[in-house]
Each structure stands twice: as structure tokens, then as C-alpha cells.
Ligand binder design. Structure first.
Ligand code: LHQ
Length: 269
């Protein structure tokens, strides 16, 4: 099976066009709250995204007026032997693998935040490579409102994007941050008008899907490794990745296209 064959998959609406896989959270009545069924559907989708060479960019978005309201708070969570909620199991089994697999994808990932992104929903957006937000969208680190710590990598991602103070202020107050502020703080790449949001996102994503996918994957790897590397280590990594790019078909095509004054036709290899 290919990603393009998935179609509507329980709680996720999947579509494929021009190398772009779009996965839309589809539980509108609960603002796309994440439930156990959605985790099951995500596992199926990720199996395809990780292996389907026709997919060269992922767009994660929401149906209806919200992006995602985080964990479905009306759903029964795992229970420990003493009868209290066992949130570690929810993270070990569902959320942490989801975040880790999204972060490890070898294609550009875009969060198209069409409306409110709360709790785990906000942090799922931030784990994507590029966040596009519609005017009127907002981000809420809602965990403090129910006496939880931010999860889904939020405590790792948000301070890196906006700095410690803004991250902590969002996490300790639970105040929503609007799309324009999120852009000014570095959580969002661009804010787009709401009317044509889905078309504009598709055009942007299709441009990335036509790009040199293998070198994009290496760029992601280099940027992610940089957090823990010295400059010297990073220079060595860049050297090795550049050596690999230099041997690839897309480099030859990129240079040929430049010399011939025509657009490059990258095949992602
Ligand atoms: C919802 C939800 C929702 C169910 C709206 N669940 N129904 C990980 C591991 C394990 C355990 C715990 O958590 C986690 C990670 C997390 O994500 S914790 C954080 C969970 N999320 C939240 O705390 C946010 C809860 N939602 C809200 O605060 C508001 O709904 C927001 C600010 C998102 C939107 O507010 P409004 O625009 O005013 O909409 P609304 O509140 O009226 O919601 C519309 C409907 O959606 C409503 O249902 P109803 O039947 O009354 O129309 C809500 O109950 C439902 N809904 N979020 N997470």
C-alpha cells in the first residue's frame, strides 16, 4: 500500500498531491483532540510516510476551526495498579513514539496551523520543520490549566525557538499566543491569510516536494546535530554530508540547470 491509498483513515483525513502528503486531524466536534484511535491511525500513516518514496513533503493540519486541542480529556487514560492515572504509559506507548517518528522523518514536515493549537497539539506543531499559521490561529501551552507539565517535547522545543522566558511564561500562564506574535517570536515561519490558507500551504509544500529531498534530509540532520556539537565537530559533519551530496544525481542536475539557465528537475536522490 502507498500513502496515496490511505484516504480517510478513521480519525485522520489523508490526501496526496504533487509529492505532498497531507494528514488532517479530523475530530472536528472536539477540536481534533487526540484519542487512542488517532494514535493508532498515526501509526499506520507513519508506516507509509517512512517508506513511500512518492511522498517528499508532509503537511500536518486540522479540519474545521482548530488545529488540535491536545489530549482528549474525556477519554479514559491508562490506569496504574493503585487506580490513579498512568500518564507514563500514555507517553511511552503513544505520544513519545509519535513525536520521535515525526521528528525523524527524512522529508520536510510542515505544520499548517489553521486554528487553535493547544497542549499536545501546540507541541506537535512545533516538532514540524516549518510552521505556517493562518491569521486567527493561536498557540496555548494549556498543560498548566490541568496541573500537568508540557509534554510532546514542548520543554525541549519551545525554549529553543523562543528563549527560556517566553517559553516559561507560556507554560506557567497558559495564555494563548496569537499567530503574529508566534511568528515574531520564532515559533512560526509565516502567517498566511485564512481565506486561501489550504491552497497557499499546498503551493508552499509542493515547492519543497520538488526540492532535493535527500539533501534536505541531510540539512535537517546537520541542524539537529548542531545543538550538541562543537563548531569543529559540526564542520566535520558538514564535510561528510556535503561529500555525500556531491556524489548525488540532484547535485549534477542542480549545476546543469544553473548553467543551462533552466529550472532544476530534482528527483530527490
Ligand atoms: C475537547 C478538548 C479536549 C476533549 C476541546 N478534549 N474535548 C498527554 C498525555 C496524557 C494525558 C494528558 O495529556 C497529554 C497532553 C495534553 O495535551 S494535556 C492538554 C489537553 N488539552 C487541553 O487542556 C485543552 C482543552 N481545551 C481547551 O482548553 C479549549 O477547548 C480550547 C482553548 C482548545 C478551545 O476553546 P474554545 O474555542 O472556547 O472551544 P470549546 O472549549 O468550546 O471546545 C469546543 C468543543 O471541543 C467542546 O465540546 P462541546 O461538546 O462542549 O461543544 C469541548 O469540550 C471540546 N474539546 N478540547 N482536549
Amino acid at each position: 500500500m502507498a500513502f496515496a491509498d490511505l484516504g480517510r483513515l478513521g480519525t485522520l483525513a489523508c490526501s496526496h498531491a504533487d509529492g505532498v502528503a497531507t494528514v488532517a486531524l479530523a475530530r472536528e466536534e472536539k477540536l481534533n483532540a487526540i484519542c487512542a484511535d488517532m494514535h493508532r491511525d498515526f501509526r499506520t500513516v507513519l508506516d507509509q510516510l517512512e517508506t513511500d518514496p512518492a511522498v517528499r513533503c508532509l503537511v500536518l493540519t486540522g479540519t474545521g476551526r482548530a488545529f488540535c486541542s491536545g489530549q482528549d480529556l474525556t477519554e479514559n487514560l491508562p490506569v496504574a495498579s493503585d487506580g490513579r492515572p498512568d500518564l507514563a504509559t500514555a507517553l511511552d506507548r503513544d505520544y513519545n513514539p509519535l513525536v520521535a517518528r515525526l521528528a525523524a522523518l527524512q522529508i520536510p514536515t510542515i505544520a499548517a496551523v489553521n486554528g487553535i493549537a493547544a497542549g499536545a497539539g501546540a507541541n506537535l506543531a512545533l516538532v514540524c520543520d516549518i510552521v505556517l499559521a493562518a491569521q486567527g490561529a493561536s498557540f496555548v501551552e494549556a498543560f498548566c490549566r490541568i496541573a500537568l507539565v508540557p509534554d510532546c517535547g514542548g520543554t525541549w522545543l519551545l525554549p529553543r525557538l523562543v528563549g527560556r522566558q517566553r517559553a516559561l511564561a507560556m507554560m506557567l500562564t497558559g495564555e494563548p499566543v496569537d499567530a503574529e506574535t508566534a511568528r515574531d517570536w520564532g515559533m512560526v515561519w509565516k502567517v498566511l491569510p485564512g481565506e486561501n490558507f489550504r491552497d497557499d500551504v499546498q503551493s508552499f509544500a509542493a515547492r519543497l516536494a520538488r526540492g532535493p529531498t535527500a539533501s534536505f534530509a541531510m540539512t535537517k540532520r546537520a541542524v539537529d546535530a548542531a545543538w550538541d556539537n562543537t563548531l569543529e565537530e559540526q564542520l566535520a559533519l558538514e564535510r561528510n554530508l556535503q561529500a555525500e551530496c556531491g556524489r548525488a544525481d540532484d547535485f549534477r542536475e542542480g549545476v546543469a540547470a544553473f548553467v543551462e539557465k533552466r529550472p532544476a528537475l530534482f528527483r530527490g536522490r
